[in-house]
Design a protein around this ligand. Sequence first.
Ligand code: NAD
Ligand code: 0WE
Length: 260
Amino acid sequence: MGILTGKKGLILGVANAKSIAWGVAQACHEAGAELGFSYVGDALEKRVRPLAESLNSTFIEPLDVSDDAQIDQFFDKVKEHWGEVDFVVHSIAFANKDALRGRFSDTTRDDFQLALNISAYSFVAVANRAKGLMKPGGSLVTMSYLGSMRAVPNYSVMGVAKAALESATRYLAADLGEDGIRVNAISAGPIRTLAASAVGEFSRLMEKSARGSMLNRNVTQREVGNSTLYLLSDMASGVSGEVHYVDAGFNVGAGDPGAS
Ligand code: NAD
Ligand code: 0WE
């Protein structure tokens, strides 16, 4: 018996085996959950389907969160397949690559709109559909980053999007709390994933994060997965609207004044 035995949940945002969402999926599977997955585009279906099937998943459907019709279709299929859902993990972000270098003050209206649409509004849109399929005890978790609170070099418009995502988490927690549904965010330390690999000087950022952390190291996808598992489970039945840091303690430290 695991802490998610008998629960059904959706994992949105697996791109490959390095995705944070995959660390979450593994933790949830081992805790006894039945899982459904989304993917974007044919290229990612080829990666996601075998991963999902390795966890005995039978629900693997397309979902581009920029399209309301696709969100509706996706949740219609969830309703057909399961009838109801106990938890949803939102692990999705996107910004234009050009907006993640250079000066934040040069951010265009289009790049701002895109980053907030995919990385913040999508959680609202998904939560709204999910709540219709959830009973009291349901739980939603999204993935954030410290760049929401601090001006992290080059994180730029994504930092603004994460600030909106964390605020949306609190407002969703207020609304969905009326139905006994909890909404929380995890703020993860830097992890080398597909999204991160396209970022310049990511290795240096990882080194600085490790040195400035309490544990003197970075965190893994699985550690984020294990903490997410707790928030999804009834062990966290008294926790909602929270941003929970899984960053080896980096955010409470003074940073590394010697690092440059
Ligand atoms: P990843 O590239 O593995 O996952 C990002 C996912 O977003 C991909 O699966 C991609 O398909 C999906 N996505 C992008 N646009 C989409 C759209 N329009 N519709 C549906 N899905 C879309 O990278 P990751 O690092 O695992 O990122 C997952 C989450 O974790 C993101 O919210 C990211 O901001 C957050 N995060 C990452 C780190 C890190 O250092 N890697 C740290 C803290 C938080
Ligand atoms: O949220 C993220 C990744 C966000 C992200 C990354 C990319 C790169 C490729 C969103 N969209 C894109 N679009 C692309 O075309 N992280 C927390 C990881 C991350 O990204 C950074 C970081 C960190 C940490 C970018 C700049 C500085 C630090």
